[in-house]
Write a protein of this length. Sequence first.
Length: 479
Amino acid sequence: MIAILSFETIMGFWLLCLIQVFYSPCRPRGQSGYLAKGCGHPCPGGLFPSQYVDQTDLEKFDNVEAGRYTVGLGQTHMGFCSVQEDINSLCLTVVQRLMERTQLPWDSVGWLEVGTETIIDKSKSVKTVLMELFQDSGNTDIEGIDTTNACYGGTASLFNAANWVESSAWDGRYAVVVCGDIAVYPRGNSRPTGGAGAVAMLVGPEAPLALERGLRGTHMENAYDFYKPNATSEYPLVDGKLSIQCYLRALDRCYTLYRQKIEKQWKQAGIERHFTLDDLQFMIFHTPFCKLVQKSLARLMFSDFLLADSDTQSSLYKGLEAFRGQKLEDTYANKDIEKAFQKASLDLFNKKTKPSLYLSLHNGNMYTSSLYGCLASLLSQCSAQDLAGSRIGAFSYGSGLAASFYSLRVSQDASPGSPLEKLVSSVSDLPERLASRKRVSPEEFTEIMNQREQYYHKGKKNGEREEGKASFLRCYASR
């Protein structure tokens, strides 16, 4: 199994928290034997002073009915970046912080890949900007590049890094995966679904969180649910109704494929039964807004229900028998099914998924880093004992579209001083850190959004705005 060794998250342009994740590989690589073991580096917590707008305030400012954003979307706060921040400064900061906190030599990194849809140059990658951080060490032998497909780029980068560590090309060094985005929308119904964030993950051997090999269900197709054809604007074109349908359709397909693969593994081990939500102790999702995630977990229960025999449906799904014989693909607009299974799955949602939504609830959509922010939230809301030995299901979605359903295994060792216990301890103060942010009025928030729109892709010299190292040094020094 391949390991996420450590990762660091920022909200807006401020450091949010540092998360250390370790796990062990067990696959031979080429003719060189087995992947190296014995890695592990304790990581202290981070800092994150930032700014946010309250969604209740925004409802009043936008003159919409109370609850439109807080109940309809399930959001309470939305973090946002100042006009002085760009994707380069976000990613420079998290990588710098990751390396400082792990105290790893800069030449110990052999792979660096960035997942982002926040594009500020049509040719030059964010990865090349990050190479400035490695300049003094002389380490230029670092593979990987940017990966872009809406909110899926971070997961694709993680899979690529894991594949490198498992391959004959691996030279024993670590991989760093960076996912970051600034999610902004024009004033209107979409604006409350914005947010911002970045995550830098250190991938390597020997850690308490493991990607389960061979257990990925992936679905890709051509769709125009969300896209950004105008390079002079940060704003996307969005078909909200289509995007939700695409998300749920991809979830159905990926979950079905994952189920088929894990049942095949079980059959080879002499176990013959259907995989269900009961086999996942926790379930995390890409989270554009929290209400969609609650609907998504209900959707997985509905999928389990349709696969069950009539006796199981009658005993485990009492009151839902009227929905027998439905086809998944015919039910995306069926509100009766949606409401019935949301109600039936509420206890499962509260137990398996709600703990992972803490950051999304208070910060909003982080695009490529959204799923990994949910992982951070889950770790911050659960004890090491609750997490030990569990399987965490993960659904990643990017419009356009690309999606995967995969799973992580948590170490059994939750003893004091164990990597898992240190991991959980490092993020336990997340609620206090979120509470310490600066609250900004909707008027000030709107003015900052207007400034971002005005100055996007405009600058002081040759049409370029300040970015890269200068932006990073200015922002980093302000912490």
